[in-house]
Design a protein around this ligand. Structure first.
Ligand code: SDX
Length: 434
């Protein structure tokens, strides 16, 4: 899908020259200035740390309307997919551009079943971790280690090889994530069970006991399925951009996903769901909310209100809306509707949304504000929240990984910089040595 170049923009430079920049038109009436010729033609680079105004690529996978608070996967509103589809149907949509045929077989179901086990030798790898290692550290290490099992037979220029690598990663991430959880608990690993759906299997591998076979309850599985669908993709966020950057050098795909896991772990990104629960525990009661809001506004204080704000959403994150509903339904089902942390979160949201600072800076609840409460209600421990986010987001990372190989503009990522260090020095010593 090559965006049409409709007209140009003119850049007037300090020396009086004018540089024409083609305008590229995308969907949803979005436009981009094509600045690829800028440096070569003018010697100027564009300065944009954090890429607040820079499109790093073209993509047809996900679109966010930050002003309206809308999120679409391949054009479908994410709430509709969360309400009506399974996680692997959404994975098929993100990867192939279409939902599987209604009533037909989802090719991903069968493919994942044949690849959900990990090499038996990988179990030894876990023994190198401290028993109390953070499961994100374990996941980062083990998914990267999988490259040592498959690197030899992978030709990145062969689409079938790429598809197989993507399937292997999609299939093995829940297995590795569950193994990380079991290792932390000192429990025996549980092999995947092919009769179960992708999400049921994940829960089964985490909670099954040799002494007491585990049967997941449908309400919990459905709640988890929605959480994972909502976390599946989100345009060029930090971790997805990391995966794309690593992939641009034709790095091993397992290594690219390990890089994505590393980036997602940051508390400013995927680590925020765990940080929200820790923040709510620190706030303890509604009377303490004003103290924490003042801390969040104080520029001298690094504290930010976890689960609030977003680079793109300047409105309510649509995923937070869905997760708030899921949280309420689940807690009611579990007889925890009066859960104090949920009530504190509702109160914190109400106070923050009426606070002039948050209103002026357009800071709304994001996906992480309620997801942690849902995961806690599902009995998933705090240090596994971001692991779950990583398992879900792997689908999106792989969709972008596959997409970049078909992009005619695909190049190795190598940003410019504005150098502000010392200019060439020591010439006088060179001259004196001559
Ligand atoms: C995710 O990119 C994605 O799509 C990410 C994600 C995904 O699905 O992949 O959506 C998942 O990472 C969600 C975000 C989770 N992180 C948090 O909840 C951590 C708390 N949020 C902040 O750290 C912050 O909001 C960010 C990191 C999310 C966004 O940071 P930006 O882009 O720098 O925010 P901004 O430029 O819009 O901020 C505007 C102002 C700034 O103040 P000024 O410099 O204008 O004075 O608002 C302030 C920020 O300091 N601000 C906050 C705040 N978030 C922004 N102040 C207090 N509390 C906050 N939470």
């Amino acid at each position: 899908m090559a965006p049409k170049t409709q007209k140009t923009a003119q850049l007037h430079l300090p020396d009086g020259s004018v540089h024409e920049l083609p305008v590229l038109n995308g969907a949803f009436q979005k436009h981009a200035l094509d600045i690829r010729s800028l440096y070569k033609a003018t010697g100027f680079t564009a300065y944009d740390p954090g890429y607040t105004s820079t499109a790093s690529c073209k993509s047809a996978i996900t679109y966010i309307d930050g002003a309206k608070g809308d999120l679409y996967y391949r054009g479908y509103p994410v709430k509709k997919l969360a309400d009506h589809n399974t996680f692997l149907e959404v994975a098929h949509l993100l990867w192939e551009g279409e939902l599987p045929e209604a009533g037909g077989k989802n090719p991903l179901e069968e493919a994942v079943r044949s690849h959900s086990m990990v090499h038996e030798q990988l179990r030894e790898f876990f023994k190198g971790f401290r028993r109390d290692a953070h499961p994100m550290a374990i996941l980062m290490g083990t998914v990267g280690a999988l490259s040592s099992f498959y690197h030899e037979d992978l030709n990145l220029h062969n689409e079938d090889d790429r598809d197989l690598a993507a399937i292997r990663i999609l299939a093995k991430m829940p297995t590795l994530a569950a193994m990380a959880y079991r290792y932390n608990k000192g429990l025996p690993f549980v092999y995947p069970c092919n009769e179960l759906s992708y999400v049921e299997n994940f829960v089964y591998m985490m909670f099954d006991m040799p002494t007491q076979p585990y049967k997941a309850d449908d309400v919990r599985v459905k709640a988890l399925e929605k959480v994972m669908i909502l976390h599946a993709d989100h345009e060029q966020n930090a971790s997805t951009s990391t995966v794309r950057m690593a992939a641009s050098s034709h790095a091993d795909p397992f290594g690219c996903i390990a890089a994505g896991v590393a980036s997602l772990w940051g508390p400013a990104h995927g680590g925020a769901n765990e940080a929200v629960l820790r923040m709510l525990a620190a706030i303890q009661t509604p009377e303490n909310i004003p103290i924490f809001l003042e801390k969040a506004k104080d520029k001298a204080d690094p504290f930010k209100l976890m689960g609030f704000g977003h680079r793109v959403y300047k409105n309510y994150d649509p995923r937070a809306h869905v997760l708030k509903e899921v949280c309420h339904t689940l807690l009611k089902h579990l007889g925890l509707a009066q859960d104090p942390l949920f009530k504190l979160a509702l109160e914190l949201e109400k106070v923050a949304l009426n606070d002039p600072y948050f209103i002026e800076k357009k800071l709304y609840p994001n996906v992480d504000f309620y997801s942690g409460l849902v995961l806690q209600a599902l009995g998933i421990p705090l240090n596994m929240f971001t692991v779950l986010f990583a398992v879900a987001r792997t689908t999106g990372w792989l969709a972008h990984w596959k997409e970049l190989f078909d992009d005619e503009d695909f190049k190795i990522g190598r940003p410019q910089q504005l150098y502000v260090g010392p200019e060439a020095r020591g010439r006088d010593c060179e001259e004196s040595e001559e």
